[in-house]
Design a protein around this ligand. Sequence first.
Ligand code: UGA
Length: 435
Amino acid sequence: MRVVMIGTGYVGLVSGACFADFGHEVICIDKDAGKIAALEKGVMPIYEPGLDVLVETNVRAGRLAFATDPADAIKGADVVFLAVGTPTRRGDGHADLTYVYAAAEEVGRLIEGYTVIVTKSTVPVGTGDEVEEIIRRVAPEADFDVASNPEFLREGAAIRDFKIPDRVVVGAETERAFAALRELYRPLFLNETPIVAVNRRTAELTKYAANAFLATKIAFINEIADLCDVVGANVQQVAKGIGLDKRIGSKFLHAGPGYGGSCFPKDTLALSRTAHQVASPVTIVDSVIAANDRRKERMAELIVRAAGGSVAGKTVAVLGLTFKPNTDDMREAPSLVVVPALINAGAAVQAFDPEGMDEARKHIEGVTYAENVQGALKGADLAVILTEWDQFRALDLTAMAGELKERLLVDLRNIYTRAEAERAGLTYVSIGRPA
Ligand code: UGA
């Protein structure tokens, strides 16, 4: 099939490359000429494991190409995906659909022959109706359908998530559109990936409900972790004890410094706004948002408490800045709240992150960025693990204890055990695992 991907951001680029790998002919469009030029040279705009090789292989095979001008590509396309950004709108927290609507209008003017226009961006319920109206307005004679096909990719594991998904959700209003999307995903159905074929609004809402539910699991276990600290229980064991119940499931029950990233914070907020707008509030989601925001502030308070009530004049080594490992994404990362709070409290911060420091420099001022873990620890009083990068999982804790003046490690991701940290001579503070 001939596929056009409008928007070569995270979702568009990964999906485009994967569809090409399925054997389709894919053209990825982006208005950012610099980005397209770089992609043509094989330079990826984001860090995602395996993506460079996937892009290169498919470009070489002639199945994947990039362009800034959509005109030629769209004329011959069977399916056009809208994968442009839907950031949080300043002021009111709604999803900003400016880019989606602008892309819809442009696509509408260009399509020839039957075309399925599919929203891949996370868009509020009813956006598909709006997209359909826009296209109908600019191209009254056009033969098209508008479908919704939300993505469930995790950064850092996106290619795997695309190729071996738990399910594919497809929302459409005509059999013709369903047939096109089934054909597009055919390689997945050979290995029996379930397809959830529903109406367009249901597909749109499914995406928000999925992210809100996962965010709820995290916020829930984080509150249980705090309770564990107070009552002397162990949150990892509680998580195991509840997670083995298949109705609950073991994933997304890791307590930590609060969820971040470009999806959970944005999508929970947008879902809440939509729900309030139609007077059907999602009070649980509202609580999740508030609890998670507050949690990031409380992590800084926890570090200060662990350091004996003050970090003024002390040097804190911060290991990890990105919102999770295997990404350079800093959006809504707990570090964006925790690090400035430590600096405000009078600390000097020496930070190291394997991939996120270029981004971090744009967002957090007053930090000394180190070349490696040793550089961050050098001369520091205490250390904090903020992101569970693999390379932080096997640190020489004895050397760390020798370097840190207060011999204090605050592990906000629970990647070590108290026993091993104490054996190395460290005072160890973690989440929901009291002494
Ligand atoms: C999330 C969803 O997992 C994807 O299914 C979805 O497609 C994507 O959003 C999206 O809407 O585009 P992502 O934001 O890449 O993916 O990252 P996750 O791996 O889900 O992690 C989100 C946050 O939750 C991170 O800050 C992570 O540290 C935190 N988390 C996750 C926990 O604190 N505990 C856990 O047990 C799991």
